[in-house]
Design a protein around this ligand. Structure first.
Ligand code: NAI
Length: 395
């Protein structure tokens, strides 16, 4: 079939196999062009491995440190007349490249929140790897069925306590407008914490520890975001921020567990705001990202997922380094985003952005390019008018 982008609001419902492969190759090439990561991870479990920060972590580990990687994700294969999701094609491309380079790469597609997938991962690690020395927890999910209660929790992106009004952009139509979001109910807060908080990460780490699958000194990392005040009502102080506080609580518990396991550690890395499938769903944030990209590109400090993850590994976790923590015990690879000169420039632009000046005041073009790339569109060298086979078996 000939596959073109079909954008519906903040998602693209199609994905292009060759385009996704070309995108993944760009990330692999980036890592291969950097210095190898010395004393890097060797056997890595990535939970949420098919897109965004998790996929970038996997590529940094595999191609920066020759690591064996086991990836867990939840993606939809192709259907009659319908291409698979981008993460499906990304993973096939990654796995083929890793194996061609002589690296172990295996995948489990299924619900990471379930006991069943955890058990399958345990069996696979036992059979193939013995133990893992790094666990990356990078899930972003709209819902979670609790493995013990069977209840399905849905996460929401809402402020807490008071309604929140701010500018937002419809990235597809290029229209800037005011949006008012009503505060979450207490139940919605609890549900969001159940989905995006730290309980599942703890369940994973306890299960791996009980099965003796964590190598002495093993590390684990999960990702969070803080960002500037303009987004706090919807992010840091909103439902997702409360869930991230719970992720930090879990990090402390897991850190204690890993410290007893040969001096390992667990921590949160606060990453840069980037266009991913998860972030494009958050109101207000895409407008902030569009302004941020313009300023950081002009300053020469712009990074994508792969640059961020390589930097995390190369300057905080390995290469003879240990993590440099902020006062809250988090690693801050959002440091370049949060530089005062960048943030004061965001503050200056924010009030004056309108639909009319969106193209000049922000990098909305760059946002759209990056968004389409997530689904394998707009990559150089890919013939988007050619027929392609959407049905690709998982490797
Ligand atoms: P993403 O949407 O690109 O990736 C999410 C991953 O989770 C995919 O691999 C998906 O298959 C997997 N997944 C979702 N539900 C699953 C389930 N039930 N079972 C198994 N796998 C499942 O998201 P992104 O943006 O890379 O987010 C990853 C983490 O990074 C999140 O914790 C997010 O809050 C954090 N983060 C994101 C930032 C951003 O700007 N995008 C900034 C800072 C942190």
């Amino acid at each position: 079939m000939i596959i073109k982008p079909k954008v519906r609001g903040f998602v693209c419902v199609t994905a292009h196999p060759e385009g996704c492969a070309a995108h993944i190759q760009e990330w692999i090439d980036y890592v291969k062009a950097q210095a190898p990561i010395s004393q890097g991870p060797k056997k890595v479990l990535v939970i949420g491995a098919s897109t965004g920060y998790g996929l970038a972590s996997r590529i940094a580990a595999a191609f920066g440190s020759n690591a064996a990687t086991l990836g867990v994700f939840f993606e939809r294969p192709s259907d009659e007349g319908r291409p698979a999701t981008a993460g499906w094609y990304n993973t096939i491309a990654f796995t083929a490249a890793a194996r061609a380079a002589g690296l172990y790469a295996k995948n489990l597609n299924g619900d990471a929140f379930s006991d069943e997938i955890k058990q399958k991962v345990i069996e696979l690690i036992k059979a193939d790897l013995g133990q893992v020395d790094l666990v990356v927890y990078s899930l972003a999910s709209p819902r979670r069925t609790h493995p013990k209660t069977g209840a399905t929790h849905k996460s929401v992106l809402k402020p807490v306590e008071a309604p929140y009004t701010n500018k937002t952009v419809d990235t597809d139509k290029g229209v800037v407008s005011q949006v008012t979001i009503e505060p979450a109910s207490e139940q919605e807060v609890q549900d969001t914490i159940a989905v995006m908080g730290g309980e599942d990460w703890e369940l994973w780490m306890n299960a791996l520890s009980d099965a003796k699958l964590l190598a002495p000194g093993a590390q684990s990392v999960a990702y969070s975001y803080i960002g500037p005040e303009v987004t706090w009502a919807i992010y840091k102080n909103g439902t997702i921020g409360l869930a991230k506080n719970d992720l930090e609580r879990a990090a402390r518990n897991i850190d204690s567990l890993l410290k007893l396991n040969g001096g390992g550690r667990a921590f949160i890395s606060v990453n840069k705001a980037l266009v991913t499938q998860a972030s494009s769903a958050i109101p207000v944030v895409p407008l902030y990202i569009s302004i941020l990209y313009k300023l950081m590109k002009a300053a020469g400090t712009h990074e994508g997922c792969i640059e961020q993850m390589y930097r995390l590994f190369a300057t905080h976790m390995y290469n003879g380094h240990t993590p440099k923590f902020d006062e809250g015990g988090r690693v801050r690879i959002d440091d370049l985003e949060m530089r005062p000169e960048i943030q004061s420039a965001v503050q200056a632009i924010w009030p004056r952005v309108t639909t009319e000046n969106l193209a000049t005041e922000t990098d909305i073009a760059g946002y759209r390019t990056e968004f389409l790339k997530l689904f394998g569109f707009g990559l150089p060298g890919v013939d988007y008018d050619a027929r392609t086979e959407p049905h690709r078996p998982m490797l």
